[in-house]
Ligand binder design. Sequence first.
Ligand code: IPD
Ligand code: CA
Ligand code: CA
Length: 291
Amino acid sequence: MSGAQPSARLSPALTVVVNAARKAGRRLLRDFGEVENLQVSSKGPGDFVSQADLRAEETLREELRRARPGFAFLMEESGESPETDWEWRWVVDPLDGTTNFLHGIPHWAISVGIERRTGPTTSEIMAGVIYNPASDELFWAEKGRGAFLNDKRLRVSGRRDMNAALFATGIPFAKVRQRAEFSTTLARLMPQVAGVRRFGSAALDLAWVAAGRYEGYWELGLNRWDMAAGMIMVKEAGGYVTAPSEDGDPYASGDVVAGNPHLHGKLREAVVEGISFVAGRRAEAAAGSDG
Ligand code: IPD
Ligand code: CA
Ligand code: CA
């Protein structure tokens, strides 16, 4: 079934994305087979980009543009396309999990979200595809139509007990500020749950919440391309995706808590506790240095 289209009827726009992702995926798999020959450069401490990321982005751009010349782009490596009056745009991470890829670990994905502008400063993710070429797992979702893995309809997990719950996260690296918040949340959560995983691809973390493999996932400091497709995947599978704060916007802030409806609230509490605890300590330290 490798390379087959899901038989559930894809919308025309999703068909375009699936074809583009499969093409970029074949290219990435070739590069993955010869990873030691790739040129790699650093975008900052702990943040790498390889020839494979750049080639995959190019393939995706060409394929998507050819099929929908009027759509704008937000792409990890090349940024925003110049149109400011877009109604539709592709939000693309050509290779999510670059560090895994460069270490020969087959856990990385192409992530493409389809975003629609709904007002001068508002937008909505209408559909998304997350494709792991190494396992040939194609996750896709469309607003109001559900989330799927290849042909199978996805539902978030039904677990209700924290002590049976498996959560995923991303450990902040150098460019992310919230390291102390992360450690505090992790310390609070660890004794209560069955486990916490850090597999290294935010897009797949979200897709795996949608698939019911994890009860939830949190990460601070993400970019839009890491989560556009994953957010709709979780929602369409019956889960919740929020920011840590009640009224925050995960897509705008980059701080994300996703989970099944039973445990999302508890996971969010632990994330908020981490953030508030560190804010309190910082306030105390600032008051101490003033006096
Ligand atoms: C990274 C991965 C990782 C997450 C980082 C992302 P990249 O994306 O999704 O799991 O923890 O925050 O930046 O750099 O591999 O595309
Ligand atoms: Ca990413
Ligand atoms: Ca990337």
